[in-house]
Design a protein around this ligand. Structure first.
Ligand code: NAP
Length: 247
């Protein structure tokens, strides 16, 4: 049996990388997927690929830092597919620089996309899910939020903040049947990490007990578990998917 048969899932930042793979895995598991991204053309291309493979999916453009966009996204999912069962707040950016060189703008941009975006997505999805009496929200944190990272005072702060947000939201909406969990990916092979200097990527990969960087599917599988009824008694937790790095 498919794990998300008949469920409606929204994934932000889903035109590429981890979000794109989550959309793929969710569709393979029977979900109707709303592929969302600030890059609307990218989201439409992903939906075309999913539709061509016989899956039900639609694209909605959304900048997660804008409340009106997020509201239109979740309402659009309900209007088209009838419910909102899963919300994955995945959109992300990096603006790396050491604290000495980081501008306030670089700090704020990252906080806005990750922390505000995740809060807006959690809030809007929870409003719908609590009325339905069920739903699963998955927030994308990072192992950087657990251990910190040189050049990422902005990103690590946002990703640590997502954990507090997730646990608080889980406590607020659990009695309505809504679960809220987070994933902390380690080093995953996407455009985001392709931007890293090769020697730094290789040095980080060496620290991984399982001996390899992760694939987007490794994260998508964890998102699938948290979104499906397999995790029906789990809320407010952080799943580390990092090959054992920083345990
Ligand atoms: P990615 O390939 O760069 O994909 C991120 C997507 O989010 C892009 O399509 C991006 O669009 C979109 N986005 C950026 N700003 C947005 C906004 N304001 N509203 C909506 N969408 C926006 O990154 P990824 O590696 O798949 O990362 C996905 C998530 O996992 C992020 O939250 C990231 O922090 C987290 N993560 C990744 C790793 C890793 O090793 N890759 C590790 C830990 C955590 P544009 O390309 O147009 O900006």
């Amino acid at each position: 049996m498919k794990l998300l048969e008949g469920k409606v899932a929204v994934v932000t930042g889903a035109s590429q990388g981890i979000g794109r793979e989550i959309s793929q895995v969710f569709a393979e598991q029977g979900a109707k997927v709303v592929v969302s991204d600030v890059n609307v053309e990218g989201a439409q291309k992903a939906v075309q690929e999913l539709n061509d493979a016989g899956f039900q999916a639609m694209a909605i453009g959304c900048d997660v830092t804008k409340e009106e966009d997020i509201r239109a996204l979740v309402n659009g999912a309900v209007a088209e597919y009838g419910s909102l069962d899963v919300m994955v707040n995945n959109a992300g950016i990096t603006r790396d620089a050491t604290m000495r060189k980081m501008s306030i703008d670089q700090f704020n941009q990252v906080i806005q996309v990750h922390l505000l975006g995740c809060w807006l997505g959690t809030k809007a999805a929870a409003d719908i899910m609590r009325e339905q009496g069920h739903g699963s929200i998955v927030n994308m944190s990072s192992i950087s939020g657990k251990v910190g990272n040189i050049g990422q005072t902005n990103y690590a702060a946002a990703k640590a903040g997502i954990i507090g947000l997730t646990k608080s939201a889980a406590k607020e909406v659990g009695f309505k049947g809504v679960r809220v969990n987070a994933i902390q990916p380690g080093l995953i092979k996407t455009a985001m990490t392709a931007a890293m200097p090769a020697d730094i990527f290789a040095a980080r990969e060496k620290e991984i007990p399982l001996g390899r960087a992760g694939d987007p599917r490794d994260i998508a599988n964890a998102a699938l578990f948290l979104s499906s009824d397999l995790s029906s008694y789990i809320t407010g937790i952080v799943v580390e998917v990092a090959g054992g790095r920083h345990i």
